[in-house]
Design a protein around this ligand. Structure first.
Ligand SMILES: *[C@@H]1O[C@H](CO)[C@@H](O)[C@H](O)[C@H]1NC(C)=O
Length: 629
């Protein structure tokens, strides 16, 4: 019964989380009839095709105005639109366009955008992009232009952000056909007479070859347009704007876009894994609690009766558990950085749950993450310094310096390297040099000083007191069972937290790599809480087993056990690559592996820190409950 109640509470939390997310981030924009409606163009992104078993074929974005595409440029010149830091980092490159759209005017009129000539070498470039299922991403009034697609499994219609650059369907044509006509359906809502708001944007792209039907933009009778790789091809871009009235109010205009595939399956598997994980956590906690309280009463009874019986189990190592582990410096540095990342993830999830990070605020998620990571430098420094002195470290300056510098240096180095590959591939996804410099400055000008201040307070508060003293001479460690060897234990204990995150992980990876919108922050927050709980319990359990086996070197092992899920994340990432991606360019492969490596590193630091701190807490509790003479 209690379990069912738990699940219910979780479920309702999750659904409020999802609803909360719809809170709009900006105020509505009112248009008068005839007022200009801007259409902005964003970078072209590869998407997963709509056929069954379709795979993502590339990792590289291209600027809309990349000269090889020969898209129509506005007469007044290309102007870059201002964007947030996170939006730039996550690959948005937004520019103005030549489209001339006025509210409720020129309904269904076929108009020519421009005529361009595509030379053979660029034709090959465009055909390759069509084969890789690239999509155009437009924005009208902050809404992405979507294509209506049919979910092949459930038969449902959904709004898929972005629409195809061309068509490479074998049934349709034997060669890739370029879409050169766009039917732009703008759905408007009229809250008060004479005031119009944009509540939906759909684009039906089509390919019209030759010179036929240019007057009507009618693609039904026309042959598709193929780009010749032997000679120059003339391409005429045409478009029609169709205004359709809608009763969707402005506040819920994102609902159509945030359609959940197969919500039943999603819910079912989520509740299922919730139930299993909650059940496991309770079981584990109960086992530990029972056996520990039995042990404690037994030990204390033995001591009271002054029986000369030998100590056994974990009590034997009471003189060893707080012995300084190997490399306390490195351990404290990674725990400090892990704590900083934990705080970042926690606060970002809270922001997301309150609806501040809706997709209408482009890039807000990444911006909040960057800002939190930077400003939580203080937390990292504090935790690192305190853990370091608790572990008996003395070189405080080295600790402070390494905490502030090592992880960001690794991350920046990887990002710089990936950037290099992006630039080599001619992608627009490369972080501009200015932005990169800004981030490095932000880090070393804000986070590093904050980290030092945190470290100062951490050292001032000093070491955590330990309930038992350390013996001067280390004990012999008997050989333990195989599953308690560090790497085995890490891999074993990683299974449960990974299992808890399994369902969400697929969606997170799809949104990271296949540019699908992610919006189920309710699910994500619950999953994160569950992962944290599972990691903590499982690590405590393993630490307890270890101490019972008289293996007292638990510090590093606790971190490894906690971080064990990173191993499974890596395996899953590779599996995702095999099953959902078919990357044929070397740059794409390097990019995917690079991003995956960063993800795995962050996961290792975060869950390892949770495991270590939880075990530290448990070990202190455990040994403060016994009497030692
Ligand atoms: C615009 O044209 C389409 C198709 O002809 C029609 O369905 C729609 O109602 C028209 N909209 C307005 C505002 O007249």
């Amino acid at each position: 019964m209690r379990l069912a109640a738990f699940v219910l509470v979780f479920a309702s939390l999750a659904s409020t989380g999802i609803n909360a997310f719809y809170l709009p981030g900006t105020a509505p924009r009112d248009y008068q009839e005839g007022e200009r409606v801007e259409l902005y163009v964003n970078a072209l992104t590869p998407i997963i095709g709509s056929t069954d078993n379709a795979k993502l074929k590339s990792m590289i974005n291209y600027d809309y105005y990349n000269p090889a595409f020969h898209f129509c440029e506005p007469e007044e010149g290309i102007k870059k639109q201002p964007e947030s830091l996170g939006s730039i980092l996550f690959g948005d490159r937004i520019f103005n366009s030549k489209f001339d759209i006025e509210m409720l005017r020129n309904n269904a009129t076929c108009r020519t955008l421009c005529t361009t000539n595509v030379p053979p070498e660029d034709a090959k470039f465009i055909n390759d992009r069509i084969k890789e299922d690239y999509a155009l991403n437009w924005l009208i009034d902050g809404l992405p232009a979507a294509e209506m697609k049919k979910d092949l499994k459930s038969g449902e219609i959904f709004f898929d952000m972005g629409f195809n650059l061309g068509n490479d369907d074998d049934e349709f044509a034997e060669r890739p056909a370029l879409n050169n006509n766009y039917d732009v359906y703008i759905r408007y809502h009229e809250p008060i007479p004479g005031v119009y708001r944009v509540v939906g944007v759909l684009v039906w792209p089509s390919s019209i070859g030759g010179n036929q039907d240019i007057e009507t933009c009618d693609s039904t009778a026309a042959d598709p347009l193929f780009l010749s790789e032997e000679q120059e091809t003339q391409v005429r871009y045409t478009y029609r704007v169709l205004w359709t009235e809608s009763d969707t109010p402005w506040a819920t205009r994102w609902d159509n876009y945030l359609h959940i595939f197969d919500p039943k399956i999603h819910w079912f598997s989520l509740i299922n894994s919730f139930a299993v994980v909650v059940f496991l956590c309770i079981m584990v906690a109960m086992i530990v609690y029972r056996s520990v309280s039995r042990d404690i009463s037994r030990y204390n009874a033995i001591d009271l009766s002054e029986d000369v019986q030998e100590d056994f189990g974990w009590k034997l190592v009471h003189g060893e558990v707080f012995r300084t582990p190997q490399n306390p410096l490195i351990l404290s540095v990674i725990v400090g950085n892990g704590a900083q990342l934990c705080a970042m993830v926690g606060v970002t999830l809270v922001f997301a749950l309150f609806g501040f990070l809706s997709p209408s605020n482009r890039g807000s998620l990444a911006t909040v993450m960057m800002v939190c990571w930077t400003f939580f430098g203080g937390i990292g420094g504090y935790v690192s310094a305190r853990v370091y002195s608790s572990l008996g470290g003395t070189d405080r300056r080295k600790n402070t310096f390494m905490t502030a510098v090592i992880l960001p240096t690794i991350v920046f180095a990887v990002v710089f390297l990936l950037n290099f590959f992006l630039i080599a591939a001619g992608s627009s996804g490369a972080v501009p040099f200015g932005t990169m410099l800004l981030i490095v400055l932000l880090w070393f000008g804000t986070s590093a000083p904050l980290s030092s201040i945190g470290a100062y307070f951490g050292s001032k508060h000093g070491a955590i007191s330990h309930p038992v003293r350390v013996n001067p001479i280390p004990r012999q460690i008997p050989p333990g069972p195989k599953y308690l060897r560090p790497y085995w234990a890490a891999i074993l204990s990683g299974i449960l937290p990974f299992g808890a995150a399994f369902v969400e992980l697929y969606f997170v990876l799809s949104s990271l790599f296949a540019s699908r919108a992610y919006y189920a922050f309710g699910f994500l927050a619950l999953t994160a809480i569950l992962v944290a709980l599972t990691t903590a319990t499982v690590t405590i359990l393993f630490t307890y087993f270890q101490l019972c086996a008289e293996e007292y070197r638990w510090h590093w092992r606790a971190f490894l056990c906690g971080g064990g899920s990173a191993f499974w994340l890596l395996i899953y990432g590779l599996y995702y690559w095999l099953s959902r991606l078919s990357l044929d360019s070397f740059s794409s492969v390097v990019l995917y592996l690079g991003y995956l490596a960063l993800l795995v590193l962050f996961d290792f630091l975060i869950t390892g820190t949770i495991g270590f701190l939880a075990s530290y807490w448990a070990v202190r509790k455990l040994y403060s409950s016994i009497r030692v003479d």
